[in-house]
Ligand binder design. Structure first.
Ligand code: HXC
Length: 257
């Protein structure tokens, strides 16, 4: 498929989506959201892809939703178009999704990174929800995902003041999984994705679903969800293979990878 604002490629079993709107610091227009969703869904549907990486440039992962595109919209325009709904759909993609973030990840850019399953950040990454300075609030899940990721005190401070957080603070706060030098960012993210993609894809999907259940349910419901998930694993050939390989002291040769 030909996209206008993103680049896609497949390296081994990893799908790579690169935001490619440098003149606007990867501001997330409606078209860009639809392209990202379409690309992620295509990788999700491909059994040959076991993990997806989404990245931007060294200067900006994404500097937010496209302010110029939104500025003149009315509330009714947004209701009728179900504005931002592509991002809810992106969160429903089942293949593990890693955000490799360098530079600005502001507003919608920070929210997109948080829609990913985890973030690997370059040392120059900057995270923030500056919407309040524009007279609005986060609209792609930021008020919810940031609060769950870093807790109320820091999330409230960031959402109310628009303060930007550097990579090290973001790591200490639990927003990012790991900080790496900028030159190593893509390589580290691709390697991590390749590790995930070497596992059984259905089992990785079940694992992702189980961790995500922690954000959407009570502890008891989440544990029940997990229990059903692990029982489902025992219905796969890959569970039999993984455990046989351990017993036979050899690497597992998963069928679904
Ligand atoms: C549209 C954007 C943009 C954005 C940058 N640009 N961010 N265009 N939407 N979110 C454009 C600029 O207009 C400029 O275009 C070009 O990208 C380069 O940006 P500069 O500002 O010249 O770069 P710099 O001085 O390096 O500053 C970088 C920056 C700044 C600090 C990231 O661009 C900035 O503050 N951007 C906005 C960040 C923000 O507020 N994000 C939240 C958006 S709201 P020209 O044509 O002038 O060269 C959001 C959620 C909305 O995401 C949900 C509720 C409705």
């Amino acid at each position: 498929t030909q996209y206008s604002l993103i680049l896609t490629e497949q390296r081994g079993r990893v799908g790579l989506i690169t935001l490619n709107r440098p003149e606007a610091l990867n501001a997330l227009s409606d078209t860009m959201g639809r392209e990202i969703l379409a690309a992620a869904r295509a990788f999700d549907a491909d059994p040959g892809v076991g993990a997806i990486v989404i990245t931007g440039s060294s200067r900006a992962f994404a500097a937010g939703a496209d302010i110029k595109e939104m500025a003149s919209k009315s509330s009714v325009d947004m209701y009728l178009a179900d504005w931002f709904s592509a991002w809810d759909e992106l969160a429903r993609v089942r293949t593990p999704l890693i955000a490799a973030v360098a530079g600005h990840a502001l507003g919608g850019g920070c929210e997109l990174a948080m829609i990913a399953d985890f973030i690997i950040a370059a040392e120059n990454a900057k995270f923030g929800q500056p919407e309040i300075k524009l007279g609005v609030i986060p609209g792609m899940g930021g008020s919810q995902r940031l609060t769950r990721a870093i807790g109320k005190a820091k999330a409230m401070e960031m959402v109310l003041t628009g303060r930007v957080m550097g990579a090290l603070e973001a790591e200490a706060a639990g927003l990012v999984a790991r900080v790496v030098p900028i030159d190593a960012l893509l390589e580290e993210a691709m390697e991590t994705a390749a590790t995930i993609a070497s596992m059984s894809k259905p089992v990785a999907m079940i694992a992702k679903e189980a961790v995500n259940a922690a954000f959407e349910s009570t502890l008891a419901e989440g544990v029940r969800h997990e229990r059903r998930g692990i029982f489902a694993c025992f219905a796969t050939e890959d569970q039999k293979e993984g455990m046989a390989a351990f017993t036979e002291k050899r690497p597992a040769n998963f069928k679904h990878r």
